[in-house]
Design a binder for this molecule. Sequence first.
Ligand SMILES: C[S@@+](CC[C@H](N)C(=O)[O-])C[C@H]1O[C@@H](n2cnc3c(N)ncnc32)[C@H](O)[C@@H]1O
Length: 220
Amino acid sequence: MKSQYGELYNHDAAAHLYDQDVRDESNPIRTGYAAALRWVGEQVYRSGGDSTRVLDLGCGTGNTILALPRDCTVTGVDLSQRMIDRATAKLSGGDRAVSFVRGDILAYVTQGEAGRFDAVVSTYTIHHLTENEKQALFASIAELLGSRGLFVAADLMFENAEAERSLRSELAADYPAVVRDFDEEFFWYLDTATDRLTASGFHVDVRRFSKLSWGLAARR
Ligand SMILES: C[S@@+](CC[C@H](N)C(=O)[O-])C[C@H]1O[C@@H](n2cnc3c(N)ncnc32)[C@H](O)[C@@H]1O
């Protein structure tokens, strides 16, 4: 199973501007980005630290990999070769054990081999998957991690449907492009995601980084 809109959200065309773009946290889509990535790294550190084998879904230009404990072994998956090329350049010469796979995250996880990773991380990517695809992704991550392991994500989320309504009216006048993204992408519903992960046997901690950026750490 692969994601329906993967090629639409492949970041090849924007790869050259991506790192500059995420540094501008005045855009509500970007507010909290750096803190969220740091938090993801801290969760991996708390769960196993240095020897952790980590899968990074939608690794982009490698910013999340740089936030992970230095001695993790990381596999980064992304559809965009240009984003991967940037990540490769950024990480080359360092002492991190990193490999990259160009491909769809849903396809990669549904075909994944159980027990191969201790942690699955993902930042600002899963909002490109539809609700059904998120559900399939979470179920496959649960299988991939087996009876132990950590799934930690930071992404664009609404706490619930009521929060979405209220953010739509709050941001409509000043940030119409952000509100258009609400319609064109698939921001998570935190309440639904937490319920699904809890039903798969995870204990879930959440953290808020801005109006739209949340982190979710799911542990067995
Ligand atoms: C907003 S960027 C986030 C990159 C990085 N994780 C970060 O936080 O900076 C989203 C990334 O996901 C990739 N992407 C989107 N949909 C994908 C899919 N279905 N499978 C694999 N990669 C995907 C894009 O190419 C892009 O590099």
